[in-house]
Design a protein. Structure first.
Length: 503
C-alpha cells in the first residue's frame, strides 16, 4: 500500500471511529471535537493525494501533446477543466492542486533519474498532514517570485521556516508572515514595490443606485494614518457600547476583572499554575461581568465595516468643525518600528503597527519625522519601565514595550490597536503589579476566551537578557490550555514568535 493511500485509509478510519452515533446532535463535546479534528485530517490527506494526482494529470495533458492529451481524450479543454469538473473544485482550487502537485513532485530530466522536487520541504509537510494545500500554494508562489540573485540555500531555509510558521495557523494569519518573509528575503525589491504601489495609489468616489461608492488602494506608509485612526475609532465604538452597563464599564476600564490567567512563579518550563474561572471574590462575578459586557455590546448591531465607514465620517465632520477640540481617536498614534543598526546602515526593513506589510528603510527615513508618527528604535539597550503597584493601568510607554514582545494580541495575532495590556496576575485578587513582566497584550475576545475557559499563561525569559528578560523580543509567551481542551496541557506558543516570520 503506497503512502498517500495509507494516509487516506488511516484518516477515514479515524473519522469512522470518532463518529460513534448517527446524529451529530447527540455527540458529547469531546466526540464533536474529535470528529471535527478527524474530518480535518481526512480533508488535508485527500487534498494532498489530489495534488499528486493533479501533477500526473497535468503531465499527461501538457500543451502541445495534441490528441494524446489526457484532458482532451476525456472531453475537457484543459487539465484544470478536467479536475474542476470531476471533483467539484472551483477553477482556482483546481489550479492550486496542479501548482502544488507539480512543485512537490520529482522533476523529469533528459536522463533516467528524475530531479528532486522544486520545493521538497513543502511536499513533505503536505504529505505528512502538517500543511494544507492552500498554505503550500502560497509558500510556493512567494518563493517562485524571488529574484534569481538570492542564493539557493537561503531560499531553502526560508521554505523550511515558512512551513514551520504556517503549519497549524488559521488562514487569516498567513498573510502577515508571508509579506514579512518576502521583505526579509528581498529588502532591495521592497522599496521598488513600494514605489510602484505608491505610483498606483488612488481613491475613486462615484454615485450609483442612490449610494455613494468608494474604492481605493495605497501603499502602507500612505495608508497608515488612516488605518490607525479608523481602528482606534472602531475600537472606541465597541468599548462605548460595552460601557453602557455599569459592570461592563468596570471590565472595559481595567481590562483585568475576570481574568483567569496566572503566571508560573518558579519558572519551571511546562508547569503552569492553573486557576479557577471565578471572579476575584470567588463568586463567579467575573463571568457575569463578561456576559453583561457582551450583552451590552450587542445593543449596537453595526458591523465592523459599518463602524469603519462611520468612523471615516467622524473624521470628516471633525475636520469641518475645527472649533471642536475633542480628541475622537483617544490619542491614536502611528508607531513605526525599526532596528537602529538597520536604520544607520540603510539595510533591512521596518514595520508599522496595525499593518502586515513591512516598509523599506528609505520609507522610514522619509516619514520618521512627519505627522503624528512615533519612531521606535530597537536595540539591545532599550529602556524598560516598571511601575510596580503605583497605578493600576499600564501606561502607553509600557504598552509600546509589550508590543515588541507580543506584536499585537499574543493569543490570536490581532493588530496592536485592537488590544489592551492585561495583568497576568490579577491586580485585585493576586495583588499583581503593573510591571511589564506581569503584562500581556490581548484583544477583548481572547481576554474573555482565556478567562472563561481557564487557560494559563507562562512567559519564558529571553536568553541572555540582563534586565526584564520577560519583555524583550526574545521572550516567548506560552498559553497553556485547560485539561478539558488538551489533557496533556501542552503549552502553545503565542506572541511574535508565533505570528511573525522573523521572530
Amino acid at each position: 500500500m503506497n503512502t498517500p493511500m495509507a494516509g487516506l485509509v488511516a484518516a477515514a478510519a479515524a473519522v469512522q471511529g470518532a463518529w460513534r452515533v448517527s446524529d451529530p446532535g447527540e455527540f458529547t463535546d469531546e466526540q464533536l471535537l474529535a470528529t471535527n479534528t478527524a474530518l480535518g485530517v481526512l480533508r488535508r490527506r485527500t487534498e494532498a493525494a489530489q495534488a499528486q494526482i493533479a501533477a500526473q494529470l497535468a503531465a499527461r495533458s501538457r500543451p502541445g501533446s495534441g490528441p494524446e492529451s489526457l484532458a482532451r481524450k476525456t472531453g475537457h479543454t484543459s487539465v484544470v477543466d478536467l479536475i474542476s469538473t470531476t471533483t467539484g473544485a472551483t477553477t482556482g482550487e483546481a489550479m492550486r492542486l496542479v501548482k502544488v502537485g507539480q512543485a512537490t513532485a520529482p522533476r523529469p530530466t533528459f536522463g533516467d533519474t528524475p530531479a528532486p522536487p522544486a520545493h521538497p520541504a513543502v511536499g513533505v509537510a503536505v504529505a505528512a498532514d502538517r500543511l494544507p494545500v492552500a498554505a503550500a500554494e502560497q509558500i510556493i508562489r512567494l518563493l517562485d517570485r524571488l529574484p534569481a540573485s538570492i542564493p539557493a540555500d537561503r531560499k531553502t531555509q526560508a521554505e523550511e521556516r515558512l512551513v514551520a510558521k504556517l503549519s497549524g495557523l488559521p488562514s487569516d494569519r498567513w498573510h502577515r508572515i508571508l509579506v514579512e518573509a518576502h521583505a526579509a528575503l528581498d529588502p532591495e525589491g521592497l522599496a521598488r514595490r513600494e514605489a510602484e504601489v505608491h505610483a498606483r495609489r488612488y481613491l475613486r468616489i462615484w454615485e450609483k443606485d442612490q449610494a455613494v461608492h468608494f474604492e481605493g488602494a495605497a501603499d502602507a506608509a500612505t495608508a497608515a494614518p488612516l488605518v490607525t485612526v479608523l481602528d482606534a475609532l472602531v475600537t472606541t465604538s465597541f468599548r462605548t457600547s460595552t460601557d453602557t452597563s455599569g459592570s461592563a464599564a468596570d471590565t472595559a476600564d481595567t481590562g483585568n476583572v475576570g481574568s483567569s490567567v496566572d503566571a508560573d512563579h518558579d519558572g519551571d518550563p511546562g508547569d503552569g499554575t492553573r486557576t479557577d474561572s471565578t471572579g476575584a471574590d470567588g463568586t463567579g462575578a467575573a463571568g457575569d461581568t463578561a456576559d453583561a459586557a457582551v450583552a451590552a455590546a450587542m445593543l449596537d448591531e453595526r458591523t465592523v465595516a459599518q463602524r469603519r465607514l462611520d468612523a471615516l465620517m467622524i473624521l470628516c465632520r471633525h475636520y469641518l468643525d475645527c472649533a471642536h477640540t475633542g480628541e475622537p481617536t483617544g490619542g491614536a498614534t502611528v508607531i513605526v518600528r525599526v532596528n537602529m543598526d538597520d536604520l544607520q546602515e540603510g539595510t533591512g526593513t521596518g514595520t508599522i503597527d496595525g499593518l502586515d506589510q513591512p516598509i523599506s528603510i528609505d520609507t522610514i527615513r522619509r516619514i520618521g519625522g512627519t505627522g503624528p508618527v512615533i519612531p521606535m528604535y530597537l536595540g539591545p539597550n532599550k529602556e524598560v519601565l516598571d511601575l510596580g503597584r503605583s497605578q493600576r493601568l499600564f501606561t502607553p510607554a509600557q504598552k509600546l514595550v509589550l508590543y515588541e514582545r507580543d506584536g499585537g494580541c499574543a493569543f490570536c495575532g490581532a493588530p496592536p490597536g485592537h488590544t489592551r495590556a492585561h495583568h497576568i496576575y490579577w491586580w485585585a485578587r493576586d495583588k499583581g503589579r503593573t510591571d511589564l513582566a506581569n503584562g500581556i497584550l490581548l484583544c477583548e475576545t481572547c481576554h474573555h476566551r482565556i478567562h472563561d475557559n481557564g487557560w494559563d499563561i507562562r512567559i519564558d525569559p529571553a536568553p541572555g537578557a540582563r534586565r526584564n528578560a520577560t519583555t524583550g523580543p526574545g521572550a516567548h509567551v506560552w498559553f497553556i490550555p485547560p485539561a478539558r481542551i488538551d489533557p496533556t496541557r501542552t503549552p502553545r506558543l503565542g506572541g511574535r514568535a508565533r505570528h511573525e516570520y522573523a521572530a
